[in-house]
Design a protein around this ligand. Structure first.
Ligand SMILES: C[S@@+](CC[C@H](N)C(=O)[O-])C[C@H]1O[C@@H](n2cnc3c(N)ncnc32)[C@H](O)[C@@H]1O
Length: 299
């Protein structure tokens, strides 16, 4: 029996000793690369969901995978996101058509995952890069990028309307240091960034998948922690926030178990701000529960 965690806004401490899946089981837990050997590359449906190559471009989105998927190219892998219908307003469509080619790209297309990012060319300068996974509508993304003009932010989201809202904000406010990637953040970590390349990774209010049978869909698993630790440069920081107690404990456990990460707090000197504005999700969903902020530095 584990002792209860001590939770406060800044830190959540959880004793070690919990069974962590072995390295070999991690990829299956997350479904990483389940289809890379399949021959037929997956494609992204209009709502951001990855479909197997056999599903074909332009077919209606498949229903969200529920329990453990078979490791088959006929089925989408387990993902941490839900299928959502996307409808952009006329103004959002116009902004998308004008700006997306310049500041946006897909994590994957019919040819497979995107190649490694050349952030210096994309941003037109050399600056520390922070990756935000699951930016939603990007309200905090926009505010944090404005507050830190010397940092370049790559915001990843599968939800097209969220990206469209962020794009409109970038356009309206004239923010030069944000680029958008549509797709799965795990793909972005795995294929678009190399080892020791990121100054920071932010994951604010990842979907908690509260039911036990859905825990495998949680984004922050040992495999993702290992990938993040690899992509962070020494001194780089992972900043996660959640209002779900069970997920907070899980994130704390898997983060503390990753040997390249060392727990830090918002009071420490960090290469990026941990001063997080209230996110859109938080504003809508939070009715007084504790928000747990979890930070690690790569040693
Ligand atoms: C609960 S919302 C939080 C959004 C935002 N961070 C906020 O606080 O307002 C979680 C978001 O993460 C996105 N998401 C989940 N898994 C993802 C993944 N693997 N890659 C990219 N985005 C993901 C979902 O589409 C959803 O918009």
């Amino acid at each position: 029996m584990l002792a209860p965690p001590r939770v406060c806004r800044e830190r959540l401490l959880w004793p070690l000793g919990v069974d962590i899946p072995t390295r070999s089981s991690r990829r299956q837990l997350l479904g990483i690369n389940l289809y890379h050997d399949a021959g037929t590359p997956p494609v992204m449906s209009d709502d951001g969901r990855m479909l197997s190559g056999n599903a074909g471009v332009g077919l209606p989105a498949q229903p969200a995978a529920t329990d453990a998927p078979p490791a088959s190219h006929l089925h989408p892998r387990v993902t941490s996101f839900r299928t959502r219908r996307t409808a952009l307003s006329g103004a959002q469509q116009a902004t998308w058509a004008r700006l997306w080619p310049e500041v946006g790209m897909n994590a994957r297309d019919g040819d497979g995952p995107a190649p490694p990012l050349d952030t210096e060319t994309w941003f037109g300068r050399s600056a520390p890069v922070v990756l935000e996974i699951g930016c939603g509508a990007g309200t905090s993304t926009l505010a944090m990028a404005q507050a830190e003009p010397d940092i370049d932010v790559v915001a990843v989201e599968v939800y097209r309307r969220g990206l469209a809202q962020l794009l409109s904000g970038i356009d309206r406010e004239g923010v030069p240091n944000i680029r958008l990637v549509r797709g799965d953040g795990v793909d972005v970590l795995e294929y678009m960034f190399g080892p020791d390349s990121l100054a920071g990774v932010r994951v604010f209010f990842p979907d908690p998948w509260p039911k036990a049978r859905h825990h495998k869909r949680r984004l922050l698993q040992p495999a993702t922690m290992a990938l993040i630790a690899d992509r962070l440069r020494p001194g780089g920081v992972l900043h996660a926030a959640t209002d779900h107690m069970g997920y907070a404990e899980h994130i704390a456990t898997v983060g503390d178990a990753e040997p390249r990460l060392r727990r830090v707090s918002t009071e420490d000197t960090l290469p990026m701000s941990a001063d997080r504005p209230v996110t859109k999700y938080e504003r809508k969903a939070l009715a007084g529960p504790v928000v747990t902020e979890l930070l690690w530095e790569k040693s």
